[in-house]
Ligand binder design. Structure first.
Ligand SMILES: NC(=O)c1ccc[n+]([C@@H]2O[C@H](COP(=O)([O-])OP(=O)(O)OC[C@H]3O[C@@H](n4cnc5c(N)ncnc54)[C@H](OP(=O)(O)O)[C@@H]3O)[C@@H](O)[C@H]2O)c1
Length: 233
């Protein structure tokens, strides 16, 4: 490419194919970020990348966050495409039925690996890039990571994410990089098999993400817990 490098910041999102991740991609693009969109289903990512301006502005990268080689390849692809990374939103995750005898143990394994190990691998792969730009990590926790839900291993995974966010904030203290935990209550996304009522919309969370990202460099919004007005617990 000729001329000076594009100054617009680069925003990486895992779990970008639907729901909160896709809504955040749209808001980030609107705010002038270039996007690296990651998830397992590349068809949806490619359609979103095209909608957001094509390869100069947004790229789609197939990545299972539970596979270290794929997460490393995601970080390398972001650098190859755009030369820097300013924001990483570790958002990929899913839930499961409540009850410690409910569901299948294989589902537990992939949920724990995605929600906890996947978030940690994402941090590991992008730590140097984010430190280099005095950038910003955001992790999607949950209200379920601030209060326990009965019979919910999902809730336990989100408690782990809450702990990881504060551990990471302390590790990065002094580098100029920032860490924000995004903790949604109920949001109407494909997370739920049945459409929830009185829920937040994915864009409600996307606006909160952009609020944290758009603060001046000396302000680190550590946590944003956002429930629908109608949610009691
Ligand atoms: N909806 C809610 O009420 C709510 C509340 C609190 C927290 N959250 C959290 O918000 C985050 C986003 O969820 P959402 O509500 O937006 O649901 P969603 O629409 O189902 O989005 C989940 C995203 O994660 C991706 N994903 C799942 N497993 C993955 C893996 N192993 N590797 C890479 N990507 C993976 C999915 O894409 P692929 O399947 O294509 O990989 C999808 O893009 C999750 O961490 C969830 O726990 C949701």
């Amino acid at each position: 490419m000729n001329g000076s490098p594009d100054p617009s910041p680069v925003f990486v999102i895992t779990g970008a194919s639907t729901g909160i991740g896709a809504a955040t991609a749209r808001r980030a693009a609107e705010a002038g970020h270039r996007l690296v969109l990651a998830a397992r289903s590349t068809d949806k990512l490619e359609a979103l990348a095209a909608e957001l301006g094509g390869e100069e502005r947004a790229i789609a990268v197939g990545c299972d966050v539970t596979e270290w080689d794929q997460v490393q390849a995601l970080a390398a692809r972001a650098q190859d495409a755009f030369g820097r990374v300013d924001v990483v939103f570790a958002n990929a995750g899913f839930g499961g039925p409540r009850g410690f005898t409910a569901g299948e143990v294989d589902h537990w394994r992939s949920m724990v690996l995605t929600n906890v190990y996947g978030a940690a691998l994402t941090i590991r792969a992008f730590l140097d890039a984010i430190t280099a730009t005095k950038g910003h990590f955001l992790l999607t926790g949950s209200v379920a990571g601030r209060r326990s839900l009965a019979g919910s291993l999902y809730s336990a995974t989100k408690w782990a994410v809450t702990g990881m966010g504060e551990s990471l904030r302390q590790e990065l203290n002094g580098t100029g990089a920032r860490v924000t935990l995004i903790e949604p209550g109920m949001v109407d996304t494909p997370f739920f098999d049945d459409k929830p009522t009185n829920a937040l919309q994915a864009d409600d969370i996307a606006r909160a993400v952009l609020f944290a990202v758009s603060q001046p460099p000396h302000v680190d919004v550590n946590e944003l817990l956002i429930r629908p007005t109608a949610q009691d617990n």
